[in-house]
Design a protein around this ligand. Sequence first.
Ligand code: ZN
Length: 142
Amino acid sequence: MSSVATSRKIDALVRSATTVAEQAYAPYSGFRVGAALLLTNGETVTGVNVENVSYGLTICAERSALMQAVTRYGPGVRIAAAAVVNLNDAPSPPCGACRQVLAEFIDANAPVSFPAGSAGAVGMITVPFRELLPFAFDLQLK
Ligand code: ZN
């Protein structure tokens, strides 16, 4: 399977993220999020948000999916496309922390899809990752 992220592959990612969002552990906010990452090796990995009673230790779906990707495929894993959804019909672009963590593994031009807009008018949009985090922190050490 090619890793080029066609719109059909992005649609499939959105479906995977939507399905996995049912697994979210969100007893405090009720905000259930799913993420799916298409890797350059052709595989797809998913993740959900896992909340914690301390709130600050909550992990987002995007980082959850990324940990899964590295765990399964090793440190050389690269992300070709990403999709984030929620079951709350609300905007949910990746948060700043997730953008920085994804930056370590995602191609600058990789499409990232997420719900955007305002209440009552939320729809999926897709932008290249570089538009989400144009000035990522990077020490250029590798
Ligand atoms: Zn996040």
